[in-house]
Structure formats: structure tokens, C-alpha cells
Ligand binder design. Structure first.
Ligand code: R5P
Length: 242
């Protein structure tokens, strides 16, 4: 088994090619990659003709090197399963939603969970149902890499502790815009819980400026916001491998 979380992925991918091919040459017959964050999954179609579809290229590369892949919340938007994106025998996609849901109820009393866009509906619903929490999902229009428009659904968040739950925080614009809207709608606080703390250099300042209180993340990507570990879930998944 090789363990490598693929944030800042380019050098790490080259290392994986070397390590996996050498392991196979040395006689390893079943090799699993554990990549808590799997890079290049967000571009899953060509939006304009000729555009690179990074998910397919990286998926095929990993499938040529490994027999199994374990990851968390790999942002499969238009693709139904991890195996479709990374065609290996054992493709295991773990959701961090239950882990984040457990964390949020420890941190906030009767929180209102909010998904900032339609794609987050799956995670928010899972976490909310497990703890009988109110939840809602906003609608996002992406205008560019660093520009989003968000519309909140008709909800009453006045005086409520809102917690935004998402898979990835990258530029931070999604969370920042959603937080501004929630505070304007009367939420008493807005905190954030994400699986992957990618956070580019400006993201945290932007999110804090928007009024976000606490930022909690899993340790899929090492970051100072890490508040909960996914390693027990990964260990469980490894036990299921044949
Ligand atoms: C995309 O839909 C994802 O679920 C995240 O909402 C998105 O990647 C966040 O990106 P950013 O932090 O750059 O707004």
C-alpha cells in the first residue's frame, strides 16, 4: 500500500509512478494507493472542444499503476462512481460527511447545516439526517475560477448557528459568499466544515472577512484547520480489501 494525499500533486504523481513501478518490479502483486485527497478529479468533461479532461487522464494513469484506490469525497460530479473515474479492481470512495457531522454536533448546539451548492446536497443530507438537524442547500453559479454567485433557498436562519458543509475549500469564494448571505439573513454565527482544506494563499483571509467563525477540516490534507481524523475510516476500508 502506498499512502500519499495528492494536494500539490505534480511532483507527487511522478514519485508515485516511480514507486509503484518499482514495487511491481520487486514482486508486489497487489498494490493499493491510499490518497485521502485525489487531485484533478474536478475537470470531468471538456467544457469547450479540445479542453483537457484531467479526471480521465489521471484516472487512467493511476489505474495503470495500482490495483486499488482508496480516497475520500473525490468530487465525482457528472461521474457515477469512483471506479468510472479510476478504473481499478478495488475503488473505494469514503464519505467524510458522517465524520464532519459528528464533529459539528460536538462543536455547536442545534446547528443549521447548509450546503453551498447542489453538489454538496449528498453530504449535507447525510450528516443532517444522522443527527436530526435542519439543513438546506443553496444554488451556485460559477462565473469564473474566483467568482461565484450563490442564492440561498427560502429558509429561516435568524438566530441560528449555521454551519457550511462542503467537500473542498479552494479559493474560498464559495464559502465566503455563502457566509455573507447567511449572516445577512440573520444567522447568529457561520462556521465551516470541509473534507479537503486545499485553501490557496488568499482563501482563509477571504473566508474570515466574510464573517466565518471557525473553520474545521479533516486531515485528508494536512492544514492548521484539521479538527478530525479520517484515518480510522481509511483503516476500516483497508480491512475490506481482498
Ligand atoms: C465545487 O463545486 C466544490 O464542491 C466546491 O464548492 C468548490 O470546489 C470550492 O471552490 P472554491 O473554494 O474555489 O470556491
Amino acid at each position: 500500500m502506498l499512502f500519499r494525499s495528492l494536494n500539490n500533486p505534480n511532483e507527487k504523481l511522478v514519485e508515485l509512478v516511480f514507486a509503484a513501478k518499482t514495487a511491481k518490479q520487486l514482486g508486489v502483486h497487489h498494490l493499493t494507493l491510499v490518497a485521502p485527497y485525489l487531485a484533478y478529479m474536478r475537470q470531468d468533461i471538456a467544457f469547450v472542444p479540445g479542453e483537457v479532461v484531467s479526471q480521465r487522464i489521471i484516472g487512467d494513469l493511476l489505474a495503470a499503476l495500482f490495483d486499488g484506490v482508496i480516497t475520500l469525497d473525490p468530487h465525482l460530479h457528472r461521474v457515477a462512481s469512483l471506479q468510472e473515474a479510476v478504473p481499478v479492481k478495488n475503488a473505494i470512495n469514503i464519505s467524510a460527511a458522517p465524520i464532519l457531522g459528528d464533529l459539528v454536533v460536538q462543536k455547536r448546539k442545534n446547528p443549521f447545516l447548509i450546503g453551498p451548492d447542489e453538489e454538496s446536497a449528498q453530504w449535507v443530507a447525510q450528516a443532517a439526517v444522522a443527527h436530526h438537524l435542519d439543513y438546506a442547500v443553496a444554488t451556485k453559479t460559477r462565473l469564473g475560477d474566483r467568482s461565484v454567485d450563490i442564492a440561498l433557498p427560502l429558509i429561516d436562519v435568524k438566530g441560528r448557528a449555521a454551519v457550511l458543509l462542503d467537500d473542498i475549500a479552494s479559493s474560498g469564494h464559495t464559502l465566503a459568499r455563502a457566509a455573507e448571505l447567511l449572516l445577512a439573513a440573520g444567522a447568529s454565527s457561520v462556521d465551516v466544515a470541509v473534507t479537503h482544506a486545499l485553501f490557496d494563499s488568499q482563501a482563509e483571509v477571504l473566508i474570515k472577512k466574510a464573517g466565518v467563525g471557525q473553520v474545521w477540516s479533516t486531515d485528508c490534507i494536512a492544514h492548521k484547520s484539521n479538527a478530525v481524523s479520517v484515518m480510522p475510516a481509511i483503516a476500516q476500508a483497508l480491512l475490506t480489501l481482498s
